[in-house]
Design a protein around this ligand. Structure first.
Ligand code: SF4
Ligand code: SF4
Length: 440
């Protein structure tokens, strides 16, 4: 067990803002916007139209291929099916639901007893996970049933990710403190699907209360091991976590299954348990709403489709925000329109004040090498930055742009204020487009 990884940084954690606030049920909004694209893969096709009535948990969108369905988080009436702003910064086809506040449950939702669930085969469990619309809830949003089915026969180690290394975010920490039995129950289902007798739960050493709650829930379950890792960013990144827990290195361009591993987020484990035992699809999630100008930081159990505007109103802020991020300050995406809804991968909304503004006019590299020292992927960020400006896919590939996990360690460390990671995401898309064009 390696217990750490190369590079990384120690940004101010700022978890204290929200870590002692228990999860509160967010009052259900009057209007919810459910994007048809909340996962990696093919977007859903709407299964409802304007004027339809829907029940809580009813499937309202689905598609073939790499896709999971989306469900109505409340009962009510479909007001529109139209393009709406999305946390990705694009416009996405969405179903707009007017809440009738009756919470009329979809008749398809039927809970199962332990005995009934125990009789389910791995295939049946994977189908339940798919039909519940479950994706990686740490932000990756990869369909979980695909991750599990592609790991069959290859994976010998499953790791539950409770690292949550980004500043401010404590949603998984609170989840493990308040719902540890559900996390363990979901993990046991994952173990059954993958045919494993042993599993790891990995959390950083800055979550003692979550550790205690999980230890209690794990009593009498000898196959589940708790790994306490030193807090370091980006400990929660899949490849870094796998190395820290197992010492195995995922090869460049490879998936965790290539080294026999599968990483599942703790919130995803709870969603699996909810789906299998309660029959409930993924229609709610915990969101940490925090930041340095927030008046009352909170952890909220939020229906998918709740607007960021409503979350900002719920916590209040002392000044006009400099940035509102979907996610944390290191990897989160700044939002230009706060009408965007919470989606399945939204673990946090981080509201930052003007003092976080750090822009250097005409930044110049001073060749200090700090960005290289901290890159957890062993890359040369400054060379990627230069290659990015050539616009040439081959040059960008030559400096291993596609291995960048967009963690932001390089930009955080750069004393010259070179905006290293800013364009890496767009540059990767350019390379993918060039590769697709070349294939054609
Ligand atoms: S180059 Fe990419 S992986 Fe390396 S530190 Fe920068 S953002 Fe992180
Ligand atoms: S950290 Fe900034 S200044 Fe130092 S080598 Fe990297 S890009 Fe240049």
């Amino acid at each position: 067990m390696a217990f750490s990884f190369f590079g990384g940084i120690h940004p101010k954690e700022n978890k204290w803002y929200a870590e002692n606030h228990p999860v509160h049920q967010f009052p259900e909004p009057d209007i919810l916007v459910i994007p048809m694209s909340q996962h990696i893969g093919a977007p859903c096709q709407p299964l409802v139209k304007k004027g339809d009535t829907v029940t809580m948990g009813q499937k309202i969108g689905d598609n073939q291929g790499l896709c999971v369905p989306v469900h109505a988080p409340v009962s009510g009436t479909v007001k529109a099916v139209e393009m709406r702003p999305h946390t990705s910064g694009t416009m996405v086809l969405s179903v707009v639901i007017e809440n009738d506040h009756q919470d009329t449950l979809c008749p398809d939702i039927t809970p199962r007893t332990r005995e009934e669930a125990d009789k389910l085969t791995p295939e049946e469990l994977m189908n339940i996970i798919r039909e519940a619309g479950i994706v990686g809830m740490g932000g990756a949003t990869f369909p979980t049933h695909v991750k599990l089915s592609s790991g069959l026969g290859k994976v010998d180690t499953v790791i539950v990710n409770v690292s949550e290394c980004e500043p401010y975010i404590v949603a998984d920490d609170r989840l493990c403190q308040e719902y540890p039995e559900d996390v363990i129950a979901g993990l046991e289902i994952v173990m059954k699907v993958l045919g494993l007798k042993e599993a790891h739960i990995a959390l950083e050493d800055n979550k003692p209360k979550a550790k205690a709650a999980l230890e209690k829930a794990m009593e009498g379950k000898p196959g589940i091991l708790l790994d306490i890792l030193p807090a370091k960013y980006p400990q929660g990144a899949e490849k870094q976590l796998i190395y820290a827990v197992t010492g195995r290195e995922v090869p460049s361009g490879g998936l965790p299954a290539a080294v026999g591993c599968a990483v599942v987020n703790s919130a995803t484990c709870k969603a699996i348990s909810d789906a299998v035992y309660d029959g409930m699809p993924l229609i709610r999630r915990i969101v940490t709403v925090s930041g340095d100008i927030v008046m009352e930081p909170k952890n909220l159990m939020v229906p998918i489709g709740t607007s960021f505007n409503e979350l900002l109103e719920a916590v209040g802020h002392r000044e006009n925000p400099y940035k509102v991020l979907s996610g944390g300050p290191m990897m989160g995406a700044a939002q230009y329109d706060l009408a965007v809804p919470v989606i399945k991968g939204t673990n946090a909304v981080t509201i930052l004040g003007q003092k976080n503004k750090f822009v250097v006019d005409n930044p110049k590299c001073i060749r200090c090498g700090k960005c290289v020292e901290v890159c957890p992927m062993h890359l040369m960020p400054v060379l990627i930055y230069k290659a990015m400006f050539t616009g040439d896919a081959d040059e960008m590939l030559a400096v291993d742009l596609m291995d960048c996990i967009e963690c932001g360690c390089c930009a955080y460390t750069c004393p010259a204020g070179v905006p290293l990671v800013l364009g890496f995401r767009a540059a990767k898309q350019r390379v993918r487009n060039a590769q697709a064009a070349a294939k054609k």
